[in-house]
Design a protein around this ligand. Structure first.
Ligand SMILES: CC(C)(COP(=O)(O)OP(=O)(O)OC[C@H]1O[C@@H](n2cnc3c(N)ncnc32)[C@H](O)[C@@H]1OP(=O)(O)O)[C@@H](O)C(=O)NCCC(=O)NCCS
Length: 189
């Protein structure tokens, strides 16, 4: 069973750093040469390092007002970072894609964002994730754009937005269902 829970820096930072490095590298930066990929990974290129300075830098990068992880029996298989009106980043481990984890993280995030006064959510979606965001109710707000990510320049992204209409429980989605999802990848298909 996958549980969506708050991130705990002391125990989760290492696993979350690895998850971001692996997933970002494999699904969003795979078209780049190693050297260029490292520019876009920024501090996450050191996700395997035991150097305390690297670990501290990664822990600092992960911090945000809202950080949620998808936890499967103590193993972190997904992470979402954001704040009231901004979904900052979302990563689900590759072997767990299409198992409902991304949706569960976004639903829990929207619930928390609503509670903090957020009435719309903006996200800079990777090209890979546009179909996912469309499926969970986001819409393109402009054409594709390019931005700087750490030391890497010109990363293509798609600005997207969702207007939140009402808190999840009033939309008829039980809170428990919004916080958990099927444990095995593809189990819902
Ligand atoms: C985008 C991402 C977080 C989605 O996570 P996920 O757990 O696989 O998503 P879900 O299983 O909850 O998908 C919900 C729905 O979105 C749609 N969807 C998800 N991934 C999709 C894909 N690759 N292609 C087309 N539709 C997709 C489907 O409609 C899916 O429902 P279904 O599986 O019942 O058909 C994951 O693919 C990921 O980590 N990608 C790499 C990192 C990335 O690009 N992150 C976005 C940063 S902004």
């Amino acid at each position: 069973m996958v549980t969506i829970r708050p991130y705990r820096e002391e125990t989760d930072a290492r696993a979350v750093g690895r998850l971001i490095a692996d997933t970002f590298g494999r699904y969003n930066l795979d078209h780049l040469e190693r050297r260029e990929r490292d520019f876009f990974l920024g501090p996450f290129r050191h996700a395997e390092s035991d150097d305390p300075a690297h670990r501290a830098e990664i822990a600092k990068m992960i911090r945000s007002e809202i950080v949620l992880v998808a936890d499967d029996g103590g193993e972190v298989v997904g992470v979402l970072r954001g704040r009231a009106e901004r979904l900052g980043s979302l990563f689900v481990r590759g072997d767990r894609h299409r198992g409902g984890i991304g949706r569960a993280l976004v639903e829990r995030f929207e619930e928390l964002a609503w509670g903090q006064g957020g009435r719309r959510i903006y996200v800079s979606a990777t090209p890979f994730a546009v179909s996912f965001y469309l499926a969970v109710g986001y819409r393109k707000s402009t054409g594709a754009r390019r931005m700087r990510v750490f030391d890497g320049a010109g990363y293509e992204y798609q600005p997207m937005k969702k207007v939140l209409s009402a808190p999840l429980p009033r939309r008829g989605v039980p809170t428990a269902a919004a916080s958990t999802c099927a444990s095995s990848g593809g189990a819902r298909r």
